[in-house]
Design a protein around this ligand. Structure first.
Ligand code: ZN
Length: 260
């Protein structure tokens, strides 16, 4: 059986890498380039990876690219409000149809994540280059496949802390503890329509977090997990008349109640 590769589009607003020397030092070709390399390295022929950025035509996400995307990853921070409502609506529709979505780090405040969650998605934060310890709290989940130990650590991270205003996740796969005392639901899954969504918090733009082996493994695993599978999606409501089999009750319908 030949399985076609998962088509991954890595979207990055690509601003800090061009305006901040500190970010440029860690991600000279952009965060998207490092994410692409990580996913490619982990999944090989099982994926076909492309990148897209905000300044490209249609903000990098025209309908034809989204139509050919099985999993979209999202990194944004400085320009959430620059992403057009049209692009957000397009991505939202594709998620409901089954496209997987990985929302990374400051993407928690993106228009698309907030729309999909329906809450503010805001949190507490502190940039003190402190230690983050990520505890695996669902070892059965394929997103942590291949990780060793009960936890792993990032020596320097931006603290993201509770309360994190998200709806109750389908699964909380990872919880982070920070040197300064806060905790955070750092790896959470959701489903919307037929689409699978993974929020993963590590990844601040001035720390080399996307070079970390465990982080790269988790992101690649999440791509595989979020890829569409299962049966077709029939998300649109429709009236069924006549019935599939005879209905014997007698019931008179007031059609005016359905007319709008
Ligand atoms: Zn950050």
């Amino acid at each position: 059986m030949s399985v076609s590769p998962i088509r991954v589009t890595i979207w990055n607003e690509f601003i800090h890498e061009r305006t901040s020397a500190a970010t440029k030092h860690v991600y000279p070709d952009g965060i998207h380039a490092v994410l692409a390399e990580a996913i490619q390295e982990q999944l090989g022929a099982a994926v076909r990876v492309r990148t897209a950025t905000l300044e490209q035509p249609a903000q990098g996400l025209p309908p034809e690219i989204l139509a050919e995307t099985d999993v979209l990853t999202w990194w944004g921070h400085a320009a959430h409000d620059k992403v057009s409502d049209e692009v957000v609506a397009r991505v939202h529709a594709r998620v409901l149809e089954g496209m997987g979505l990985l929302v990374l780090h400051s993407g928690h405040a993106s228009k698309i994540f907030r729309r999909l969650m329906g809450t503010s998605c805001m949190l507490r934060w502190r940039e003190a280059a402190e230690r983050e310890r990520l505890w695996i709290i669902d070892p059965s989940h394929e997103i942590v496949d291949g990780l060793e130990g009960e936890y792993f650590e990032l020596p320097h991270s931006e603290m993201y802390g509770e309360f994190f205003d998200i709806p109750t996740p389908e699964n909380v796969v990872l919880i982070s503890w920070f040197e300064g005392g806060e905790v955070f639901r750092s790896g959470c899954t959701f489903r919307r329509g037929k689409g699978k969504i993974f929020y993963f918090s590590p990844g601040h733009e001035v720390f080399p977090i996307y070079h970390d082996a465990n982080v790269r493994r988790i992101i690649a695993n999440a791509v595989r997990w979020a890829a569409p599978c299962g049966s077709p999606y029939f998300g649109r409501g429709r009236r069924i008349e006549p019935p599939l089999s005879p209905i014997l009750t007698e019931h008179r319908v007031d059609e005016s109640l359905h007319d709008r």
